[in-house]
Design a protein around this ligand. Structure first.
Ligand SMILES: C[S@@+](CC[C@H](N)C(=O)[O-])C[C@H]1O[C@@H](n2cnc3c(N)ncnc32)[C@H](O)[C@@H]1O
Length: 273
């Protein structure tokens, strides 16, 4: 588990970094999503969301929809719903199926009690005021509506944290390891999520999604680490050099052990008022 400095936490929630760099387009998000190709068991996250919305009709707002993975599945599997993609980044919305809107989750342009379901998938750790945003999501939900949120555990992908620290130590000449990797999800990790969501929602059901990624090629590992480039200034180590060194270390582990294993723990939370 890595824990961020206050400066790193501020950068993870910095709207300018998010909209203009980290998610200016879908490139970095796609690199992070693609590593799950090697995970066992495989989870069809859009399929789980469709399943959880079986009893829902009307408007579904995907807050922080990113590259539209969930919106496009809803359009395909549930054409009866009005699925709307929303993100703080206009750039990442360019290829997302319409209707979409650029907005901040902290001030949604929707009336009270006007939406039947809200998705906030792997995005609440990026908002400045997590409690106020959850209150805002609850405000627009109709009575009986559902919020589906998701995030990662503090122990998710800990082998990548160790790999980063080893590589950073090698780059800086610190044998016991260099600065920890910036953590995206720690502000709203699976361990913290129920506490936050419980400030506005009474009924919360958690579905944990444990798995193991086993990779025999260092390239997707390097691509995953490189996808944090927007936060390079907060790493305390030359970023690209550290990614290259991590790829070498991962290649060495693959040569010795046959593969590089990454333990994953994500979770999806179904919340009702
Ligand atoms: C890790 S991505 C998740 C994308 C998508 N929900 C998924 O699970 O594949 C986080 C997304 O949240 C968006 N985001 C971050 N802060 C936001 C905010 N305050 N309001 C709206 N969207 C935001 C980012 O631009 C990014 O597209």
């Amino acid at each position: 588990m890595t824990s961020n400095t206050a400066q790193q936490d501020a950068a993870v929630a910095d709207k300018s970094i998010l909209a203009n760099s980290a998610y200016a387009d879908g490139r970095h998000l796609a690199a992070r999503q693609s590593i799950y190709r090697w995970q066992q068991p495989q989870y069809d996250l859009p399929g789980i969301v469709v399943e959880e919305l079986a009893a829902t009709s009307g408007i579904v707002l995907d807050v922080g929809c990113g590259n539209g993975k969930f919106v496009s599945r809803l359009h395909k599997d549930r054409p009866d719903l009005q699925a709307v993609g929303m993100d703080i980044s206009a750039g990442i919305l360019a290829d997302v199926e319409k209707p979409v809107l650029v907005s901040d989750a902290q001030a949604l342009p929707f009336a009270d009690n006007s939406v039947d379901a809200v998705l906030a998938l792997h995005m609440l750790y990026h908002v400045g005021d997590i409690v106020a945003t959850i209150k805002e999501l609850a405000r627009i939900l109709r009575p009986g509506g559902v919020l589906i949120a998701s995030t990662n555990s503090d122990i998710d992908k800990r082998e990548l944290d160790q790999l980063w620290s080893k590589a950073a130590g090698d780059v800086l000449g610190i044998p016991e390891g260099g600065p920890a990797r910036v953590s995206l999800s720690s502000r709203f990790s699976l361990e913290k999520a129920c506490g936050y969501l419980g400030t506005a929602f009474k009924d919360i059901r958690v579905r944990e999604l444990p798995g193991t990624i086993e990779i025999t090629d260092p390239a997707p590992i390097a691509a995953h680490l490189a996808s944090y480039e927007a936060w390079a200034d907060e790493c305390g180590v030359p970023f690209r050099e550290t990614v290259s060194r991590a790829a070498e270390v991962a290649a060495g582990a693959i040569a010795s052990n046959g593969s590089f294993k990454i333990t994953c723990l994500g979770g999806i939370l179904m919340c009702r008022l």
